[in-house]
Ligand binder design. Structure first.
Ligand SMILES: NC(=O)c1ccc[n+]([C@@H]2O[C@H](COP(=O)([O-])OP(=O)(O)OC[C@H]3O[C@@H](n4cnc5c(N)ncnc54)[C@H](O)[C@@H]3O)[C@@H](O)[C@H]2O)c1
Length: 458
């Protein structure tokens, strides 16, 4: 992991529609004879044109999140699945056609004519990236696609909102940083808890010493679903679903609905289980509280509570998680399954604070004095974002990094990957966060990268 958050480099790259508008608006003054209300802050030319890539479970949040913004316009959706049920819940009917319908209906309601058909639907994201009028893409794909889609989007001059966990491997994350910085792009990692006021409050309490010296942090995560056990049978690929494109860079494997829709997260070929699922959130909150963006622990160790699926099970990720890590300053990091819900607990010499998705009313604390403590004007205040999507759009316009830039997303995802590697190898591993290498362990280092299935490559 790199040590510092790097500012966007001032390298020249492909001039996009958005870059052109930004440059043009500062280069030429609007004649005063034209009132600004004619254009308005949200005139079509000022809106950021967005494509939603991946129209499954999380698009139920990402798509409305973007549609609600006055200065964004969703102009395209893309999914290898035309339409089907069977996502996180059976009744969720999702895919590119329902997403296109949702977008068109949304804008039709706002149009004077009551009609709108302006959102296009695609099955291949490369066709989306080829469109010059698209400024930014929402990557809401399974994790094994995040790096490839991000790198190709950056090469095509698009800004990227990439869902968490930012990467599938440490190597993928490194390639994403390179692409974002080389092409001068904006990347927001979809770790939306950085735009949550309770999380910000908890992190500010920690940063301002209210719990004393931090000693131990706990990344609390869920267990994984039961899934189809040994003896599972291959299923026919549903009509309207491009399975080969869904697999993309991942190894060829017999089709099963529990391999793909939503449950891809319980397969090591596509994700990292709950460690990278809810764990990407809880670990990210910890990284923010500790001011560790761009770096991470120096030691990772398997713990006895890990439960793996039985041999022959369709799922391959840990069903129950238990690993421990240690930062160079001695802070102990625990990641473990503790149903229900996920959250982050920070313990110090003078108390503890905790954020839990089961309690979205308040930050929990060891005392009322900590809970009600006021952060004064001269103390540390973290950047304020009330809406993760708006924060991204604001960054696209200002060309300044968003609240969770690519380097921060990378260090959080890396901790999750390294924990998974320690659990899989069942031994203590020493990590060099500067070089992003395990120390003296070739087998572990081999696991920092996965081969891509041809013809896919970064
Ligand atoms: N921020 C959050 O709170 C949050 C919550 C849930 C999921 N997520 C993240 O969102 C991502 C997607 O998860 P999900 O639950 O929506 O999964 P999902 O399986 O429900 O949806 C993924 C969609 O991507 C489509 N897809 C796969 N490969 C494609 C390709 N090459 N081109 C176009 N479409 C393709 C699939 O057909 C599917 O419709 C994951 O990285 C996950 O971790 C984030």
């Amino acid at each position: 992991m790199q040590n510092k958050i790097l500012p966007p480099e001032n390298k020249s790259s492909k001039l996009t529609r958005r870059d052109f508008i930004a440059t043009a608006s500062t280069a030429f003054m609007v004649p005063t004879i034209v009132p600004s209300s004619v254009f308005g802050a949200n005139a079509p030319s000022n809106r950021i044109n967005i494509a939603q890539i991946g129209c499954g479970n999380q698009s139920r949040a990402d798509l409305p999140g973007m549609l609600r913004l006055e200065d964004a316009q969703v102009v395209a959706v893309c999914d290898v699945n035309k339409a089907s049920g069977g996502y996180a819940r059976k009744e969720h009917f999702l895919g590119r056609d329902p997403a296109q319908k949702k977008v068109n209906e949304h804008y039709a309601k706002k149009a004077r004519s009551g009609k709108y058909q302006g959102c296009d639907a695609y099955s291949d994201f490369r066709d989306v990236l080829a469109r010059e009028d698209i400024d930014a893409v929402m990557i809401t794909l399974p994790d094994h696609w995040h790096a490839l889609a991000t790198v190709k989007a950056c090469e095509a001059g698009k800004d990227v909102y990439c869902q968490k966990p930012m990467s599938l491997t440490v190597h993928d994350g490194q390639q994403m940083i390179k692409a974002v910085r080389k092409h001068n792009r904006i990347l927001q990692t979809g770790s939306q808890y950085r735009s949550n006021k309770l999380v910000r409050r908890m992190c500010e309490l920690v940063r301002n010493g209210r719990i004393g010296e931090v000693k131990r942090v706990v990344s609390i995560i869920n267990s994984s679903g039961a899934g189809p056990g040994p003896g599972w049978k291959e299923m026919p690929v549903p009509a309207g679903f491009d399975y080969n494109m869904w697999l993309g860079p991942a190894p060829m494997a017999p089709y099963h609905s529990d391999r793909c829709f939503y449950r891809f997260r319980f397969h090591l070929d596509y994700s990292g289980g709950q460690v990278t699922n809810t764990g990407a959130h809880s670990t990210d909150i910890i990284q923010w509280a500790l001011d560790m963006d761009g770096t991470g622990p120096v030691e990772f160790e398997n713990q006895p509570g890990v439960v793996w699926p039985p041999k022959g099970h369709l799922y391959t990720t840990a069903m129950k998680t238990d690993f421990r890590a240690r930062y160079a300053n001695g802070i102990e990091f625990i990641c473990r399954t503790q149903d229900p819900g996920f959250g982050a607990r920070i313990e110090g010499t003078e108390g503890w604070v905790q954020f839990s998705v089961n309690n979205m009313r308040e930050v929990e604390a060891s005392s009322d004095a900590i809970k009600n403590s006021v952060i004064t004007a001269d103390e540390i205040h973290l950047p304020v974002s009330e809406n993760h999507y708006q924060n991204f759009i604001d960054s696209v316009k200002s060309r300044k990094d968003p609240i969770e830039p690519v380097e921060a997303g990378h260090s959080t995802a890396s901790i999750c990957h390294l924990g998974n590697i320690a659990m899989r190898l069942k031994r203590k591993l020493k990590w060099d966060p500067e070089k992003e290498q395990f120390i003296g362990d070739d087998e572990a280092n081999q696991m920092l990268q996965r081969p891509y299935r041809a013809p896919w490559q970064i």
